[in-house]
Every structure is written in structure tokens, then in C-alpha cells.
Design a protein around this ligand. Structure first.
Ligand code: C2E
Ligand code: CA
Ligand code: CA
Length: 265
């Protein structure tokens, strides 16, 4: 991590050592899971509040451990980003989602992209190839990147987002409000949808400040011609507030938990 031309002595007393061992073990675990095809996608519907019907689904990645237990992405994605394995994972997710779209003509799916994808020159080419191969309508595919990823690699993220939009796919800015949430970035980034971070949604019925924030973001987004999606919608009370505010779409356990495609059907 600290670059080349350095040496570092590891000892059992070194607090970094456990972390390093952990990372090496996880790297092997991820490699094995990729090799043995132990990744799977779950899907969570996103509801259009104007119609009450699902408008699309978000693809959420899971890994199975050797015993078949489910491992959530917060556990392995940060490590895969450090080891570089995230590139293989991003491509795997993309190809799986395209296959689902090709075999289920009614569906629309949103895919999460990692920070690495912003600087991966092959992702756009692969996307074009797969869309053509299956003659997909590009609007059926959308992408989500987090606010912090977009801002960390602002130039390359903007470029990739523009190219993907030229193909006809949509783009959402994920976890909005968790980091910089600045108007300057929002103005520069070519996003169609804003996903307000769940931290501002889960206490909406009791928290007046959150309500003010969500309302302000929603009005601003609408003024800019963007749609607003709220995540972590866990109750009817939260949904009521969101409808009052005028948020466009909602996603959360109140409607459905992420599940394998056949369960959602
Ligand atoms: P995210 O994109 O913000 O995804 C939303 C997370 O909130 C998901 O966690 C989802 O299961 C969870 N969630 C949905 N509704 C509710 C709710 O009502 N209440 C609560 N408390 N949680 C809810 P998950 O699936 O564990 O994913 C965590 C993160 O991992 C995602 O956050 C995303 O950043 C990343 N991730 C997931 N799949 C992929 C992927 O295919 N590629 C990449 N690069 N990252 C992924
Ligand atoms: Ca997401
Ligand atoms: Ca999110």
C-alpha cells in the first residue's frame, strides 16, 4: 500500500499484521470462490411511487463460503478492491445481469460499479459488446456509483458516465448525502437519478432535520430534471413521509428484501 522501494518488518506485535493475514486469507477465499463459481446475484425491486409498481431492480452480489453460508459484499468488496480482484467481479456481475436481461424481456436492472470500473478501460468495450450480442435495449440497464467513488475519480467517472449514457443506459449517484453531497458535483456529474443514502431515510418519521434534508435534495434534484430514489424504506410510516415529500421511487425491506430472481418472480 505504501509503494515500492520500502521495507517493513512484521512482527507478532505489529497491529497491522493481523489485518494483513486477514487480507491474504480473504484474497485466497475470493479467488477460490471465483474459481468455484460461488458468487450469486440477488435482486431487490425499486418501486415507482406514482404507480406502486416496480420500475426496476438492483442487483446485489453475494458470495457463498465453503460451507454454503452467505457472505455479504461489505465483507469482501473492500478487500477485492485492494487486491484488484474487483475487476473480475465487476465483469462477472455485468455479464450475469446481461444474461438475466436477455432471458427476461420485461425486466430492468441496476448494477453497482466499483471505483476500479471508473479506470478500467475494458468495461465500456465489454458493455457495448454484450449489448450488441444480445440486441438489448440499453435503457433496461442502469448503473449506480457512489458519491465518493464519483468524486474520488471525478474526471474518469464523468467520462465513463457520459460514454455509458451515450449508449443509452441510465446512471444513478448512490449513497447521496453520505459524503460531499455538493451542488457543484451534482451539476458536473451526468446522473439521471439520485439515490439518497439510507442513513437519512430510516429515521424520517421521527427526525425533522432528515425530513428537511430529504425535501431539499428532492426539490433540487427535480429542478435539475433528475429522479430521486430513497433506499432503506423499512416501514409504511417512512413511505408516507416520502410520498408527502414527493420522492419518485423507493426501495427497502418494507417492499422486499433482496432475493434470488426465482424467489422474486
Ligand atoms: P448499496 O448499493 O447502497 O446497496 C444497498 C444495501 O442496502 C444492500 O446491502 C441492501 O441489501 C441493503 N438494504 C436494502 N433495503 C434495506 C432496508 O430496508 N434496510 C436496510 N437496513 N438495508 C437495506 P448489501 O446487498 O449488503 O450491499 C452492500 C453494498 O455492497 C452495496 O451498497 C454496494 O455498495 C455493494 N455492492 C453490492 N453488490 C455489488 C456489486 O455487484 N458490485 C459492486 N461493486 N458493489 C456491490
Ligand atoms: Ca447501490
Ligand atoms: Ca446506497
Amino acid at each position: 500500500d505504501r509503494g515500492r522501494g520500502r521495507w517493513h518488518l512484521f512482527s507478532p506485535l505489529d497491529p497491522g499484521r493481523e489485518q494483513l493475514n486477514d487480507r491474504i486469507l480473504w484474497k485466497e477465499e475470493i479467488a477460490e470462490a471465483l474459481h468455484q463459481d460461488r458468487f450469486e446475484l440477488h435482486f431487490q425491486p425499486i418501486i415507482d411511487l406514482a404507480t406502486g409498481a416496480p420500475c426496476h431492480m438492483e442487483a446485489l452480489l453475494r458470495m457463498r463460503d465453503r460451507e454454503g453460508g452467505m457472505v455479504f459484499p461489505d465483507r469482501f468488496i473492500p478487500i477485492a478492491e485492494k487486491t484488484g480482484q474487483i475487476q473480475i467481479i465487476d465483469h462477472w456481475v455485468l455479464s450475469q445481469v446481461i444474461e438475466v436481461l436477455a432471458s427476461h424481456p420485461g425486466l430492468r436492472i441496476a448494477v453497482n460499479l466499483s471505483g476500479n470500473a471508473m479506470v478500467d478501460p475494458t468495461i465500456l468495450r465489454e458493455l457495448k459488446r454484450l449489448i450488441q450480442l444480445h440486441s438489448l435495449t440499453p435503457e433496461r440497464l442502469s448503473f449506480e456509483i457512489t458519491e465518493s467513488v464519483a468524486i474520488d475519480s471525478l474526471t474518469s467517472a464523468t467520462r465513463l458516465m457520459k460514454s455509458i449514457q451515450e449508449l443509452g443506459c441510465r446512471f444513478a449517484l448512490d449513497d447521496f448525502g453520505s459524503g460531499y453531497a455538493s451542488y457543484a458535483y451534482l451539476r458536473q456529474l451526468p446522473v439521471d437519478d439520485i439515490k439518497i443514502d439510507g442513513a437519512f431515510i430510516r429515521d424520517l418519521p421521527n427526525n425533522q432535520e432528515d425530513r428537511i434534508f430529504v425535501k431539499a435534495i428532492t426539490d433540487m434534484a427535480h429542478g435539475m430534471g433528475k429522479r430521486v430514489i430513497a433506499e432503506f424504506v423499512e416501514s409504511a410510516e417512512i413511505l408516507d413521509v416520502l410520498e408527502d415529500i414527493g420522492v419518485d421511487c423507493a426501495q427497502g425491506y418494507f417492499f422486499a428484501r433482496p432475493a434470488p430472481l426465482q424467489d422474486l418472480e
